[in-house]
Design a protein around this ligand. Structure first.
Ligand code: HMG
Ligand code: MG
Length: 301
């Protein structure tokens, strides 16, 4: 399949990245990160989540984040919502796009949102209805699409079933999450062939964590399968609180470097993106997880 001319990068660092940090992060630092990403030309940013602060303390204060960020023209600022309560919080904060999240693995569903896959889908029904009534777009996530930390291998057919359920419910796009970053290019292609029979490929996105260093090759494999939307995290921030040892998403700078090399447009300025990533790494006192950002900084002296 021919490579796309344009790819949409969904920046999940402020949510998937920061949700996993141990130390408290101020609202001001989150706002600065999101504004820096906007200035770099990112057009889709997952800016927070309206989940239980007992489960994910780092995402408390997402309402203040939404109130304080600069809203760039044409930029989508999305929030994760697990239930109607989360939806109402997001709506009150002026959020225009939300994401619901299910898992392809029963054990992960229990650990992450304390219910079975079927219960989670039933819980999303009223959220979808409320979203429709309020003109809010809904993106759907499926976790553990290429393996689960508790249940091991996951059948692509199971991923296809959960993805289709979310799509039929009204999610405009389904993001396939390799939560533990174990997938390989071959497994990714096989997965997309199976899910692609149920859902058009232009309604699918790839969400690769980079635990085993396979993120970029999985993205290239996905591009060859006709996927044109990828989630990534600036400076490779993050991990998953319910997937022990999982590292952050593939770094946005590294994905952008790959896409630039392929002549694929994103609208994002690599140097500004790398500066945004380094700024939040300085705040967190951690090493930048992007190989490209590190190389650019070394080259600049
Ligand atoms: P629960 O304990 O089963 O639910 O949690 P509950 O209804 O009994 O509520 C427990 C407490 O939370 C109550 O407070 C509720 O009021 C409160 P208490 O009475 O104990 O004081 N509560 C809420 N508070 C704020 N906002 C809400 C909300 N809902 C209930 N929306 C629940 C169920 C879903 C709430 C919980 O399990 C939860 O919040 N889970 C979130 C987990 C999460 O955010 N995980 C990370 C994101 S998923 C991910 O990273 C994967 C992804 O990146 C893709 C990939 O990589 O694969 C998307
Ligand atoms: Mg994730």
């Amino acid at each position: 399949m021919a490579l796309p001319h344009h790819v949409r990068l969904v920046e999940v660092g402020p949510r998937d990245g920061l949700q996993n940090e141990q130390q408290p992060i101020s609202v001001a630092d989150k706002v600065r990160l999101i504004n820096d990403l906007t200035d770099a030309g990112v057009c889709h940013i997952e800016a927070g989540s309206f989940v239980s602060p007992k489960w994910v303390p780092q995402m408390a204060g997402s309402d203040e984040v939404f109130a304080q960020i600069k809203h760039g023209a044409g930029v989508t600022y999305a929030a994760l919502t697990p239930n109607l309560r989360g939806f109402e919080g997001a709506l009150a904060a002026g959020v225009k796009e939300i994401a619901v999240f299910a898992a392809a693995s029963e054990s992960f569903s229990q650990k992450n949102i304390n219910c079975s896959i079927k219960e989670s889908l039933a819980r999303f029904e009223p959220v979808m209805q409320a979203a429709e009534q309020n003109g809010i777009r809904v993106r759907g996530y499926v976790s553990c699409v290429l393996g689960c930390p508790y249940d091991g291998e996951i059948a692509p057919e199971q991923v296809a079933w959960v993805s289709k359920a979310l799509f039929d419910m009204g999610c405009y796009e389904i993001s396939l999450g390799d939560t533990i970053g174990q997938g390989t290019a071959g497994a990714t292609r096989h997965l997309l062939e199976t899910v692609g029979k149920e859902i058009p490929r232009d309604k699918l996105a790839g969400h690769f964590h980079d635990t085993y260093g396979q993120g970029l090759s999985n993205i290239y494999a996905s591009l060859l399968e006709g996927i044109g939307v990828f989630d990534s995290s600036v400076a490779g921030l993050g991990g998953c609180p319910y997937a022990k040892g999982a590292t952050g998403n593939i770094a946005s700078e590294d994905v952008l470097y790959l896409l630039n090399g392929l002549g694929i447009e994103t609208g994002i300025d690599l140097n500004k993106l790398a500066a945004a990533g380094q700024q939040i790494c300085n705040v967190l006192g951690k090493t930048n997880g992007s190989r490209v950002a590190r190389a650019l900084m070394a080259a600049a002296g």
